[in-house]
Structure formats: C-alpha cells, structure tokens
Design a binder for this molecule. Structure first.
Ligand SMILES: NC(=O)c1ccc[n+]([C@@H]2O[C@H](COP(=O)([O-])OP(=O)(O)OC[C@H]3O[C@@H](n4cnc5c(N)ncnc54)[C@H](OP(=O)(O)O)[C@@H]3O)[C@@H](O)[C@H]2O)c1
Length: 263
C-alpha cells in the first residue's frame, strides 16, 4: 500500500475515463469518492479498489444534470472537508444539429458540463487554496479546439471547460492548486460505443486515431506533476492534429475540410 494523497472526488466514475481515473488514483494511494447515477457500478468498483489497494472508497449516486443532486454533492464536499483532487469527468454527447436534438438533452449537457463543473469547483476550491495544495482536472475534449457541425452544444460546453481551467489556473496556481483541462481525442469508452456515435461515423475512423482510457488518464496524471500546463492533449497524434487545426492560417482550410467530411 502507498501513502495516502488525500481524497479524490471523481464524477462519472461508473465507466470509461472516470473509472480509469479511479483505478490509477487508487493505485497511487488516493482515497476515493465516486459519483455517477449507476450506483451498483460505483459500489462494485469501490469494493474492488478497496480490496486491491487498501484505500477507502465511498460512493454517491447523483444525477449531475439536476440542481438538487449537485447540491447534495456540494454538501458532501463541505462535510468531507479535505478533497485534494476533483475530477470533473461526467459527460455525454448527443450528435445532431442543434435544432434537431431534443432540447431537454441539450440543456442536460449544459447543466452537466458547465453548471455542475462550475458548482463543484466552487465547492472544492476554497479548501484547496486554504491548504495551499490540491488539483482540479476538468475532462474536456479535443472538441473544445475544433468546430464541428452536428456537435455545437458539446463543443461549446467543452470550450467553456478549457477557458474555465485556464482562467482558474491563473487565479489559484500561485496558491498551490493545479487546474487542468484534459482534452482527449477519440478514446474507446461506452460514450464512443453508443449507437448515435456509430451513426455519426465514429466506427469508420482509422485505428491510429484512437486511444485507450488507460493512456489518456496516465497522460493527465503525469501532466499534473508538470506545473504550467492548464490544457493537456494526450497522444502525440492528437497534439499534431490539434496544433495544425488551431494554427490561425489553417482555420479556414480546416473548416472547409470538416464541412466536406461531414457531408
Ligand atoms: N470517449 C471519448 O472519445 C472522449 C473524447 C473526449 C472527451 N471525452 C469526455 O470524457 C468524459 C468521460 O466520458 P467517457 O468517454 O468515459 O464516456 P462514458 O464511458 O460514457 O462515461 C461517462 C460517465 O459520465 C457519467 N454521467 C453521464 N451523465 C451523467 C449525469 N447526468 N450525472 C452524473 N454522471 C453522469 C456516466 O455515469 P452514469 O451513467 O452512471 O451516470 C459515466 O460514468 C466525458 O466528459 C466526455 O465528454 C470522451
């Protein structure tokens, strides 16, 4: 067993990248507070990681698109008093034009990606700055960096996470708190296996464009130890692609290419 680093609260820990954060942080000796809607999955993961690593792992079932549930998580953060790492990871996508996807689902996305992240960050930050140590990882996406038709709300909410992380890192970096926006590219998880994403053509992408959640989380945790990197893009292929796509002279050609590909 490794020495405890305190407690990591991970949202969306019931599958994919969030569950992988739980595994790698437990291996590093973090105690865990796991949040998502599917409580049986959280409980099974908590039991497995407690047995494997001798850490404490608690679960909290919450729908973070609902105000009342966000309030319960805020209260748990306050009652705990010592969350040392907050991973705002819970997220989803509903591919389709803005006027065609159900309004409720688009609103849920804003609540989950923007409102829940902002509220949980406000709840956890004061303790971290008072202790002059801690970290917040906001799981954003490469979608924050490149405009895509059929993904307006997803991309826009992820862009919020990048700017939130960059601003906060300037606000609290000198108080010992690291803030990171993690921008994965295509990653094998339940999200990319959904029927809607297959219909959007994800299963036609070449293999080299994909990463495992294991590699994505390892890159994020490595970068936490390298201060001054508020935006982290895991995977060399993603860094090259996004560097080209965000280079000012390339923005026009990239938009045309994306429009042609999405037709
Ligand atoms: N996979 C990719 O290619 C990719 C690329 C870039 C960024 N990302 C981002 O990575 C993050 C994790 O996604 P993933 O790929 O690991 O997908 P995933 O396997 O589908 O996991 C999504 C997690 O979010 C939770 N969640 C969804 N809605 C929620 C809600 N209303 N309240 C609480 N929890 C909720 C889910 O738990 P419950 O259903 O149990 O609530 C689940 O644990 C997301 O923010 C996603 O945007 C993924």
């Amino acid at each position: 067993m490794t020495a405890s680093h305190g407690t990591a609260l991970i949202t969306g820990a019931s599958s994919g990248i969030g569950a992988e954060f739980a595994r790698q942080l437990a291996a590093q000796g973090y105690d865990l507070l796991l949040v998502a809607r599917r409580e049986e999955r959280l409980r099974a993961l908590a039991a497995e990681l407690q047995a494997q690593h001798g850490i404490q792992a608690e679960t909290l079932a919450a729908d973070l698109s609902a105000d009342a549930d966000i309030t319960r998580v805020e209260q748990r953060i306050a009652a705990h008093g010592n969350i040392t790492l907050l991973v705002n990871n819970a997220g989803f996508n509903v591919p389709g034009p803005l006027t065609k996807i159900p309004f409720e689902r688009a609103l849920e996305m804003v609540q989950l990606h923007v409102v829940a992240t902002m509220r949980l960050t406000r709840a956890a930050l004061p303790g971290m700055t008072a202790r002059r140590s801690g970290a917040i990882i906001n799981v954003s996406s490469g979608a924050a960096l490149v405009p895509l038709p059929g993904s307006a709300t997803y991309n826009a909410t992820k862009a919020y996470l990048n700017m939130l992380s960059e601003c906060l890192s300037l606000e609290v970096g000198h108080k010992g708190v690291v803030v990171q926006a993690l921008c994965p590219g295509f990653t094998h998880t339940e999200l990319t296996e959904t029927q809607g994403m297959k219909e959007a053509g994800l299963d036609r992408l070449p293999r080299w464009m994909w990463q495992t959640s294991d590699a994505v989380v390892a890159a994020s945790l490595r970068a936490l130890r390298q201060p001054g990197r508020p935006v982290v893009v895991p995977g060399l292929h993603n860094r090259i692609m996004f560097a080209i796509a965000t280079f000012p002279l390339m923005r026009g050609p990239v938009r045309q290419l994306v429009r042609r590909m999405m037709r």
